[in-house]
Design a protein around this ligand. Sequence first.
Ligand code: HEC
Length: 166
Amino acid sequence: MRLQVVLFVTFIVLLGSACSSNSTPAPLSIQPTDSPERIAEIAASPSLQIGEQVYMRQCAHCHGYGGEGQPPSSTRNTLSLGMNTVPPHNATGHTWQHPDQLLLEVVNAGIQNPLDHFPMPSFEGKLPDEEITAVIEYIKLWWTDDQRDSQQLLTERRAETEARLD
Ligand code: HEC
């Protein structure tokens, strides 16, 4: 009788885990800070939707769900260790000061800085190129129009320089 109970419980546990691994992931919740325009822009673009999914699953726990940087709950701890916090990607950060080519390189290669408490991992081989491009486009939605224009200019200049050097 005892054995039967154990087997039955094991069966239920296995059944439960099989069901949960087959279930489709819940849809992503829209950020409370998102403006109606931003929500509409994301909804209209399959690539931005991919960018949002990649960001929320792979980047948000470090860079903040609204691109605001390392969550305040862990920032004090990081600073008390004398280490660097994770930078923001929104308009207060400096991600917009780098051309696309450099942002792609950073996401592919990661950044090995021993002073970073939560170092930037390498996503090469973990995310396909289209997803890396899509997540960078998604990050750009947090910038101001001026920041976007200026970053686009940097990207174009860099492409011209690279073409000249080829
Ligand atoms: C484990 C935490 C962590 C995760 C996960 C993470 N990052 Fe980072 N990221 C960092 C840290 C820390 C830095 C700053 C590194 C430095 O400058 O020393 C950084 C830097 C960057 C930079 C350069 C920023 C700048 O302004 O120069 C980009 C771009 C970036 N991350 C994008 C991403 C993207 C996109 C993802 C998800 C696909 C991601 N990161 C996931 C920790 C993380």
